[in-house]
Design a protein around this ligand. Structure first.
Ligand code: PLP
Length: 415
């Protein structure tokens, strides 16, 4: 299902042409060249996505599902057309795509609508030690309320999951499993296929947090076999504040609404209301139509480049970047798993991550510093924070050389 990570990008992979499609990459920062290496936080947007959003507002904008006029029809067609496009991306049906504000909202939806009614005192929700706060706190909130427990499987020293440790924590009390597909802090690609197989053998539902994987790995939802998959458009060259929950239809059909409002109802009276069918039951209020259109355009754009080519290019850059960083004095990489996406997370003896990030910024290098919304993982590695450089398809050799150069300067300045 996934691109073999040792493959090289195809010979027709034209990086300059790709870069030229991202206007912001030409934006001077601190008076110089931008090396944008904060892609795990959010990616930049290609012309095709900007144009699709612009086109929507210029030619299609109205509210969806409600009016009979021409513009309302255009808006509805654009919005529901995006659902078809996104469903095709995951090789699934449109009824299995619920639009959300992103991964965080999608996970909260599952926690409140799916898990909460099923959870009993003493039950367990099994996570891993490398989850993003978005894939911890929603489960914690419902578990606390129900007297259930959060269990986290250990992470090995190289940043990979202790799979045996994870298996050992599966038991008759485990009522739900949630796992990050690619760790935003370490880049570790988790063995979700094996985890899902083990969970299915025990009848335990699984949610895969795909926030970091959707722009890097192909996901065939039925073949993956997960019950739920979540993603955010903005991490896949699409707009911010939009994403989706991909969910098995049998689950969605059985799940109660979680937000009330317009569009999610069939009938309303002051005594009682009845609910619309899934996925609309979970999309209360006026949705983000331009977000849906932008996400669909982003997926078209990714497809036009080719996910295999993207994965191969990023892997090649990861290998080269890791080698360059290994030469920086006092730098220690956190997360060296064999199966790893385009994330380089590290600490330096020269100083705190925050100080390093501030110096990198002076040289036009945009990275993320901090706990990356994975505080338990930072505790596991005994560090308060890391510097994280994360890759996207438009990054090139110049970007990682600029990073390595600026790190050397930081190392000298802080010494
Ligand atoms: N999960 C992971 C692994 C992430 O990296 C992120 C964002 O950084 C999230 C969840 C939350 O995504 P969003 O803020 O788009 O809802």
């Amino acid at each position: 299902m996934n691109a073999p990570l040792t493959e090289r990008p195809p010979s027709n992979f034209d990086l300059d042409r790709i870069r030229a499609q991202f206007p912001i990459l030409a934006e001077p920062v601190r008076g110089g060249r931008l090396a944008y290496l904060d892609n795990a936080a959010t990616t930049q947007k290609p012309d095709a996505v900007l144009a699709a959003i612009d086109h929507y507002y210029r030619h299609q904008n109205s509210n969806v599902h409600r009016a009979v006029h021409d513009l309302a029809e255009r808006a509805t067609t654009a919005y529901e057309g995006a659902r078809d496009r996104i469903a095709r991306w995951f090789n699934t049906q449109r009824e299995e795509i619920v639009f959300t504000r992103g991964t965080t909202e999608a996970i909260n939806l599952v926690a409140y609508s799916f898990l909460r009614p099923r959870l009993q005192p003493g039950d367990e929700v099994l996570l891993t030690g490398m989850e993003h706060h978005s894939n911890i706190v929603p489960w914690q909130l419902v578990a606390k309320e129900k007297g259930a427990k959060i269990v986290a499987a250990p992470v090995l020293d190289d940043g990979s999951l202790d799979f045996d440790g994870w298996l050992a924590r599966l038991n008759e009390r485990t009522k739900f499993i949630a796992v990050v597909h690619i760790s935003n802090s370490l880049g570790t690609v988790n063995p979700v296929e094996q985890m899902i197989a083990a969970a299915r053998a025990r009848g335990i539902p699984v949610l895969v947090d795909g926030a970091q994987s959707v722009a890097h790995l192909a996901v065939d939802f039925p073949a993956l076999g997960a019950d739920f998959f979540t993603c955010s458009a903005h991490k896949a060259y699409g707009p911010t504040g939009f994403g989706c929950l991909v969910a098995k239809r049998e689950h969605l059909d059985a799940m109660p609404p979680w937000h009330g409002g317009g569009d999610m109802i069939r009938t309303v009276s002051f005594e009682e209301s009845t609910w619309n069918e899934a996925p609309y039951r979970f999309e209360a209020g006026t949705p983000d139509m331009a977000g849906a259109v932008g996400f669909a355009a982003a997926l078209d754009w990714i497809e036009s480049v080719g996910l295999q080519a993207i994965a191969a290019h990023e892997h090649q850059l990861l290998v080269e970047g890791t080698a360059l960083l290994a030469e920086v004095p006092g730098l220690r990489m956190i997360g060296t798993a064999k199966n790893k996406g385009g994330v380089m997370s590290f600490v330096m003896t020269a100083g705190h991550a925050q100080d390093i990030g501030t110096i990198l910024d002076q040289y036009g290098v945009a990275v993320r510093t901090g706990h990356h919304c994975t505080m338990p993982l930072m505790t596991r590695f005994g560090v308060p924070a890391t510097v994280r450089a994360s890759l996207a398809v438009y990054n090139n050799r110049d970007d990682i050389e600029q990073l390595a150069m600026a790190l050397r300067k930081a190392s000298r300045l802080l010494a």
